[in-house]
Design a protein around this ligand. Structure first.
Ligand code: ZN
Ligand code: ZN
Length: 304
């Protein structure tokens, strides 16, 4: 397998002189099998350039695409209306997501192109969109890929994905808070009060299931939006620090951790510092730590 990062930011796009080297587009990763099979994980603004490449590769012919969404916050879906294959007649686009709202996925995702927001509704696009609800712990086979959705701790829920193919594995764990201070499912119902015993048990279970799902995974892409002092100020925002990601990945026996979903305010110079500091921390713990940047391609499972 090979993966390519088309957007590595969280929250909102930040193009400009401060983000030249790490990039300013939001969450989007392309996963390729050795046979040429393709999965898209998340549809942030990075999806636009990926869509242009896929349309070019297809020579304008209709194609079949699979897009796995972690959740439906803007920075994970905003690229969908700008995905070029959506405008090629005969194309089918399957979108997979956790059902996190009372509405149907079609209404939630299609809602981003309501006429007040966008000139052309997704349902009027020439491609045919199919929506599939995923369930944490229930595996799916998509072409040659085996995909396992994993529950995460994020406002209104999110899912990570472990993808096995070509005898190796990559996992995408974004967005998630750690499993200590806030249980997001409860947070919006009750506010940020002390966790009950039940909440703690639920968090322990989510964490245990995540570690199990990541067990011996070759490469894990993890939401490391915050530095530790930022997390201390915003524990209820639903994101982790590189230290929290390291703890989970070391416990799961992961070979390589990729820092991802960078905070929009972290410019290139700060990102360099973070990359260096955590590469060293990882080395001391026996795990390779790489900081993702827009355009970065990576072979999964070592050299081809
Ligand atoms: Zn996000
Ligand atoms: Zn989010």
């Amino acid at each position: 397998m090979e993966i390519t990062f088309w957007g590595v930011r969280g929250s909102y796009p930040v193009p400009g002189p401060q983000t030249v080297r790490y990039g300013g587009q939001t969450s989007c990763v392309e996963v390729r099998s050795s046979e040429g099979g393709c999965l898209v994980v998340d549809a942030g603004t990075g999806l636009r350039a990926l869509g242009q490449k896929l349309a070019r590769e297809g020579g304008g012919a209709p194609g079949r695409y699979h897009i796995l969404l972690s959740h439906v916050h803007w920075d994970h879906i905003q690229g969908l209306p700008f995905f070029e294959p959506a405008y090629i007649p005969g194309t089918t686009i399957s979108v997979y997501a956790l059902l996190t709202a009372a509405d149907e996925l079609q209404q939630v995702i299609g809602g981003i192109t309501r006429h007040e927001f966008f000139p052309v509704p997704l349902e009027a696009a020439p491609a045919h969109f199919q929506y599939h609800e995923v369930e944490p712990g229930v595996r799916m086979t998509l072409g040659e890929f085996m995909v396992l959705p994993i529950a995460l701790n994020h406002p209104f829920g999110a899912v990570g994905y472990r993808i096995d193919c070509d005898g190796t594995s990559v996992a995408y764990v974004s967005d998630t808070a750690p499993f200590t201070d806030v249980l997001h499912k409860q947070h919006f119902l009750r506010g940020l009060e002390t966790l009950s015993e039940d909440d703690r048990r639920t968090l322990d279970q989510i964490r245990a299931d995540l570690v199990k799902a990541l067990s011996r995974c070759d490469t894990v892409i993890y939401d490391t939006h915050f530095l530790p002092d930022e997390y201390a100020r915003f524990p209820h925002y639903g994101h982790s620090t590189p230290d929290q990601a390291l703890e989970i990945c070391v416990e799961a026996g992961v070979r390589r951790l990729v820092l991802y979903h960078h905070a929009p305010g972290h410019g290139d110079d700060l990102m360099d510092k973070i990359a260096k500091e955590y590469a060293e921390k990882g080395e001391a713990l026996g795990i390779e730590v790489v900081t993702s940047f827009e355009g970065m391609a990576m072979v999964i499972g070592g050299a081809p």
